[in-house]
Every structure is written in structure tokens, then in C-alpha cells.
Design a protein around this ligand. Structure first.
Ligand SMILES: Cc1cc2nc3c(=O)[nH]c(=O)nc-3n(C[C@H](O)[C@H](O)[C@H](O)COP(=O)(O)OP(=O)(O)OC[C@H]3O[C@@H](n4cnc5c(N)ncnc54)[C@H](O)[C@@H]3O)c2cc1C
Ligand SMILES: *[C@@H]1O[C@H](CO)[C@@H](O)[C@H](O)[C@H]1NC(C)=O
Ligand SMILES: *[C@@H]1O[C@H](CO)[C@@H](O)[C@H](O)[C@H]1NC(C)=O
Ligand SMILES: *[C@@H]1O[C@H](CO)[C@@H](O)[C@H](O)[C@H]1NC(C)=O
Length: 606
């Protein structure tokens, strides 16, 4: 039976809105072209914003997504199949970086999800929020205490629903319940399938407790140490921005969603308060298809992500004049910060041969093994495919006596924030590189968490369907190289613990011959890639600052009618895999928009 409140909502909405909200397959199907709010990009943040704004039945919302639907995409449902969705598939924007001097001139693929749910529909599902010091830093950078850790906890609770892991194991001692939300839309769980690494990692945190202590739950904002990792998985399936925030509200009469609809340009519609205003957007299904112009009476919210958002601003005449001129776009607002200050977590995958056939590599070797595990997943939503890519992660600092601090100030957000990360996986995990046909592996992925390098996303052509120039400037500083070299030395100390005797047979490939600092540096430069955590290309800054793209309330500087809510506004890399912090930015961003809403709001007495 319908809950009464829901029944009234539907009945009430029928009076104020002529058509029911729905999922349109392309822009030409849209029957309306004017909404209160248009949200561009249905990823982590955009899905939250569209979902939260449409909670008010008096507000009409259109969500515009360039990619396809997430429905029925098996790799986006079965957790351990997630890594098969990238790179270079129909679910990916297929970016490639420029040649990276820090990577010995290599270019690397840079994936972004291109389907409903955005990158949360293709990512590796690790869930955290960052260090408390990260958010306190964002508050102090912007002068808005609303971004501090303490205030953001309400949004964390609003986002998360901690659920049982797929294998229903006893989770006592693996987390701290009070850190977690229990009623948000996004399912989060502890590891859903045990691995032969689990006990050995826990033993190592005891044996080498001063360097690698146990962390009872990094989600609470103290990230240092090794702990059990959380993943955006519920009931053995991926929980994405689409499944958590959109699917349950698809039938709201005041929410329309259009997929296969790429925003190609924001349209200047006049002047408001002495500023150029942008209340319209052009969208098209694909290159050469007709464009439609859609209007937002209240605001347009850009949630196209760290690459899509700065590119759309640049295509619309908002950016550095020299960049725009080179691409043949007339400048409306000169802002040299658009696309700049990108920070990202450089990644280095370090596979080790192990003396155990019980690794997940075996599952992907033969179609028979994969089919058997898929069948198990299909019938019970359990088994290795129901778990994530890692059961443990850890965050660490380089010692304060390290030589690098003679030339570089410590870039970490504070003394309890990290410089690098380790991820422990029971299989070959080298993004974009297929597993060898024989051997069993453990991968310890090392990530640079506090980079001092900054990169950029720059428009290359006035054609909205052309790719931008993506230059993360990986390992562009001595600090960044030093830190990844130290991380490699740290994993060697980690696997030297007694717990790994007879299990780890030795490092795979080039790692085996990287022993001196100079050799390790060459190994790092020759093999590093990315964790796909880019942020900062449309950064928040204080109101009135000479730099930055949005004010602390996420309104685009120098224009009227535009906000940005996505990873691009985060000023510097957090101590986290980025989806968690971005969900929180989505939740608070939606609240800021609601606070300013001029659309009639009803205090619900339904
Ligand atoms: C392979 C991979 C693995 C990752 N693993 C993890 C992980 O394990 N844990 C974690 O926390 N994070 C992970 N991340 C990062 C995380 O998923 C992202 O940081 C996060 O999803 C970014 O959120 P967003 O809202 O800024 O953008 P996105 O989620 O990328 O959403 C942007 C959306 O906008 C759409 N869009 C772009 N341009 C336009 C346009 N012009 N018109 C209309 N729509 C447009 C896109 O198609 C997309 O749907 C991973 C990312 C990738 C790619
Ligand atoms: C990415 O590459 C795949 C495989 O070549 C292709 O099918 C897809 O259309 C590409 N996506 C984009 C946005 O270019
Ligand atoms: C990059 O960010 C720093 C603050 O971290 C700021 O001082 C600088 O002006 C920014 N650069 C650009 C081009 O926005
Ligand atoms: C591999 O493990 C077995 C026991 O499981 C042990 O007997 C053997 O010595 C190990 N091999 C190596 C090279 O450590």
C-alpha cells in the first residue's frame, strides 16, 4: 500500500504540474524546456543535488546527463567486475593526459564515468570522508566555517547507510558505529568476502605497530594507520549515486532526467545586478545532432565533474582569456583560475607474487571460474564478486626528520593527515594493465595523498565534443617524487614482517630490481598512474579573492545564475578516495541552494 504522505504528494503534484517526471532518452524527447533548476551531470554530486532539490514538490528540476543509463550494466552492479568498465569503453569519457615529464614523458589514460551515476557507476567503490583536518582546512581557506569537519558531519550522516557486508560476518572490532550514518541513501559496508591477506595484515599491525598501527575506523576523520576498508556496496551490489539518489525518486513528478544529453554551452541571458547572467544551456545528443536550449528560472548547477565543469565554463566564455582565444571562444568573464590548480593522487601499483592459489586472479583466468562465481552472485549476492577490490587500506606520514622537509614545508592538512596511502588487494590490480596469464598476486597500491604539484584542464577547441587538454602534472615537484619513493620503501618493510613469510614470494616485474633510491625513483616514474581523484579545477576561494572560481557558497564568481557542485570546487586533494568527500559537498551544496531558493516553499503538513 502507498504511504499516505506519498499519495498526497502525487495528488498534489498532479495539480501543479501537467506531466509526470520521467527519464527521457535524449534531448529531443523533452516536452518542457523551462525548469526552476537545471543540474548538469548526473554523477556523485549532481545526483545528490537533483535528488535533494526535488524533495520540494513545488520546485521543478531537470537533470542533464551526457552518458547512457546505468540500468542493467552488469559491471556497474557486480562489485568485483567494476574495474572492467574502464578504460576506453562506452562507459568512459576516455581522456588521455598530455605527456607527463614526471612520468618520463608517458601519457596515461584518465577515466571518468559517462553514464548515470557518473564516476560512481564505474569506480572501485572505496568509501571514506577524508581527515578532519582536510575539512577544517577548506573552512579556513574559504573563510566559511560551514565547511569544517564538525559541521560537515550532519551531511555525512545524511549520505550514508551502513549495512551488513555481503558475507554477514561478525564485524565487531572492525569499525566504530558512532562514526557512521544509518539512514542515508548510499549503502556502505565492510568487506563482503574474506581473503588470505586479512589475518596477515592484522598480524603486521601488531608486529610493526609503531610504523603500521591498527586504525579502528578511518571514516571518523583520523586516517593514520591500517584499518578495515569500507565500500559503497549494499546487499552484494554496487551502491552508486544513480542507484542511491536517483532510482528511488525517479517517479517524482517534479524531477525530469534526460540521458544522452551533453551540455555544449551555457547561454548568456542578460545582466542581473551588474553581472552577466546565465540561465540557459544548450544540449545535444551527439556531435552534429540538433541542439536544444533549456532554461532555468532559478539556477543552473554545474556538476559535470573535475574535467567536464571547467570545460563547459570555457566553452561558454568563462575562463582565462588567452586559453579561450587560442580555442576560438570569445571571453565573457576573464578568470585565469578556471581549469587550473588541479590536484590528484598519483598511483603506483605494486604487484607481488604469492604462494597461494586462493587469490581472485584465478576467477578471471577461465570463463568457467568466472561463470561459476557469477552464478553464485546471481543466486545469493555473495562470493568474491560481491566484495570490493580491497579489504584493508592504510594512510601514513613520512617522518618529520626526512631530508625533503629542509626544502619543502609539510603540505599535509595537519599532523594527523597523511602523505601516502597503501591499498591491499588479493589480486592483480594495475589499472589499465591486464593480469599476466599465470601466477597469483597480492597488490599493494601506493598513492600520493598530499601532492604539491598542480595541473590543469584546458579547452582545446570551440567544438564541445572535442576533448580538452588534460595535464595533471604528475610528480611535478621534488616532494611528490620523494614521497612515492618513500612509500615503495615502506611496502618493502611491510612485507618483510614475519606474517608474510612463506606467503609473499617476491615483487613482480620492475619492482624486483628497484633497490637504491635512484632505482626506485626510476621505477616510480616509469610505472605510476592515477587513482582518478582529480579535484580543484574550479576551486572555492574567499569571497572577493583574486583567485578561485566559486565563492564559499559555490556561486560562480563574476556571473549570476550559476553554481558548481562537484569535485572541481575542492581546493586540494583530501585524505580520501574522493567520492565520499564529494557526496558531502553534494549534500551541503544542495542545502546552500535550498537556503537561497526563491521558489515558493511549503512547510510540509502533508
Ligand atoms: C576508474 C575510477 C575508479 C575510482 N575509484 C574510486 C574509489 O574506489 N573510491 C572513491 O571514493 N572514488 C573513486 N573514484 C573517484 C570518484 O568516483 C570521483 O571522484 C567522483 O565520482 C567525482 O564526482 P563528481 O560529481 O565530481 O563527478 P562524476 O561522478 O564524474 O560525475 C560527472 C557527471 O557529469 C557528466 N557530464 C560531464 N560533462 C557533461 C556535459 N557537458 N553535459 C552533461 N553531462 C556531463 C558525466 O557523464 C558524469 O555523469 C574513481 C574514479 C574512477 C574514474
Ligand atoms: C571511448 O572508447 C570506446 C572504445 O573505443 C568508445 O566506444 C566510446 O565511444 C569512447 N567514448 C567517448 C566519449 O569517446
Ligand atoms: C591556486 O591556488 C592557490 C591557493 O592554494 C592560489 O594562491 C593561486 O592563485 C591559485 N592559482 C590559480 C591560477 O587559480
Ligand atoms: C608455499 O607454501 C607451502 C605451504 O602452504 C610451503 O610448504 C612452501 O614452503 C611455500 N613456498 C615458499 C617458496 O615459501
Amino acid at each position: 500500500m502507498f504511504p499516505t504522505a506519498l499519495y498526497h504528494w502525487v495528488a498534489l503534484a498532479a495539480l501543479i504540474s501537467p506531466s509526470l517526471g520521467k527519464l527521457y532518452q535524449n534531448p529531443s524527447q523533452l516536452t518542457k524546456t523551462r525548469y526552476d533548476y537545471i543540474v548538469i551531470g548526473g554523477g556523485a554530486a549532481g545526483s545528490v543535488v537533483a535528488s535533494r532539490l526535488s524533495e520540494n514538490p513545488w520546485v521543478s528540476v531537470l537533470l542533464v546527463e551526457a552518458g547512457i543509463s546505468n540500468e542493467g550494466v552488469l559491471g556497474s552492479i557486480v562489485p568485483l567486475l567494476g574495474p572492467s568498465l574502464t578504460p576506453n569503453t562506452i562507459y568512459d569519457w576516455n581522456y588521455t593526459t598530455t605527456a607527463q615529464p614526471g612520468y618520463n614523458g608517458r601519457s596515461i589514460p584518465y577515466s571518468r564515468g559517462k553514464l548515470l551515476g557518473g564516476s560512481t557507476s564505474v569506480n572501485f567503490m572505496v568509501y571514506m570522508r577524508g581527515s578532519s583536518e582536510d575539512f577544517d582546512k577548506y573552512a579556513s581557506i574559504t573563510g566559511d566555517s560551514g565547511w569544517n569537519w564538525k559541521n560537515m558531519q550532519q551531511y555525512a550522516k545524511k549520505n550514508e547507510k551502513l549495512v551488513a557486508p555481503a558475507d554477514n560476518h561478525n564485524t565487531a572490532g572492525q569499525f566504530i558505529p558512532s562514526f557512521h550514518g544509518n539512514s542515508g541513501p548510499l549503502s556502505v559496508s565492510l568487506p563482503g568476502f574474506p581473503t588470505p591477506l586479512d589475518d596477515r595484515i592484522m598480524a603486521t599491525t601488531k608486529e610493526l605497530s609503531s610504523e603500521f598501527p591498527f586504525n579502528p575506523d578511518a571514516v571518523g576523520g583520523d586516517v593514520l594507520g591500517v584499518g578495515w576498508s569500507f565500500a559503497t556496496i549494499g546487499g552484494g551490489s554496487r551502491s552508486s549515486a544513480a542507484t542511491a539518489y536517483l532510482t528511488p525518486v525517479m517517479s517524482r513528478p517534479n524531477l525530469d532526467i534526460v540521458i544522452n544529453a551533453q551540455a555544449t554551452k551555457l547561454v548568456r541571458t542578460g545582466m542581473v545586478g551588474g553581472l552577466p547572467s546565465f540561465h540557459a544551456v544548450e544540449v545535444a545528443e551527439k556531435a552534429g545532432a540538433p541542439t536544444r536550449t533549456l532554461t532555468a528560472s532559478s539556477e543552473i548547477v554545474l556538476s559535470a565533474g573535475t574535467f567536464g565543469t571547467p570545460l563547459l565554463l570555457q566553452l561558454s566564455g568563462i575562463g582565462d582569456r588567452a586559453d579561450l582565444r587560442a580555442a576560438g571562444v570569445a571571453t565573457i568573464v576573464h578568470n585565469p583560475s578556471v581549469g587550473r590548480n588541479m590536484s590528484d593522487h598519483a598511483l603506483l601499483a605494486n604487484p607481488f607474487y604469492v604462494n597461494n592459489t586462493d587469490t581472485f586472479d584465478t576467477i578471471f583466468r577461465t570463463p568457467e571460474a568466472l561463470n561459476a562465481n557469477l552464478e553464485r552472485w546471481q543466486t545469493s549476492k555473495t562470493g568474491p564478486l560481491a566484495g570490493g577490490v580491497c579489504n584493508h587500506i592504510g594512510f601514513f606520514r613520512i617522518p618529520k626528520t626526512a631530508s625533503i622537509f629542509k626544502m619543502t614545508a609539510d603540505p599535509a592538512a595537519g599532523k594527523k593527515s597523511s602523505h601516502y596511502e597503501m591499498i591491499f588487494s588479493n589480486l592483480w590490480v594495475v589499472p589499465g594493465v591486464p593480469a599476466p596469464s599465470t601466477g597469483n598476486f597480492m597488490s599493494i597500491t601506493t598513492n600520493l595523498i598530499s601532492p604539491t604539484s598542480r595541473g590543469m584542464v584546458k579547452i582545446a577547441s570551440s567544438n564541445a565534443f572535442a576533448k580538452p587538454i588534460v595535464d595533471p602534472n604528475f610528480l611535478g615537484t621534488a616532494f611528490d617524487v620523494f614521497t612515492l619513493v618513500e612509500a615503495v620503501k615502506a611496502i618493502k618493510r611491510f612485507v618483510a614482517a614475519k606474517a608474510w613469510k612463506g606467503y609473499v614470494l617476491g615483487p613482480y616485474g620492475a619492482l624486483a630490481n628497484a633497490n637504491t633510491d635512484a632505482e626506485i625513483e626510476q621505477y616510480v616514474r616509469g610505472n605510476a598512474a592515477t587513482v582518478f581523484h582529480a579535484t580543484g579545477t574550479a576551486s572555492m576561494s574567499p569571497r572577493g579573492a583574486k583567485w578561485g572560481v566559486v565563492d564559499p557558497d559555490l556561486k560562480v564568481k563574476g556571473v549570476e545564475g550559476l553554481r558548481i557542485v562537484d569535485g572541481s570546487v575542492i581546493p586540494s586533494s583530501p585524505n580520501a578516495h574522493t567520492q565520499g568527500p564529494i557526496y558531502l559537498f553534494g549534500e551541503r551544496g544542495a542545502d546552500l541552494i535550498k537556503r537561497d531558493s526563491k521558489v515558493q516553499t511549503v512547510t510540509e503538513t502533508l
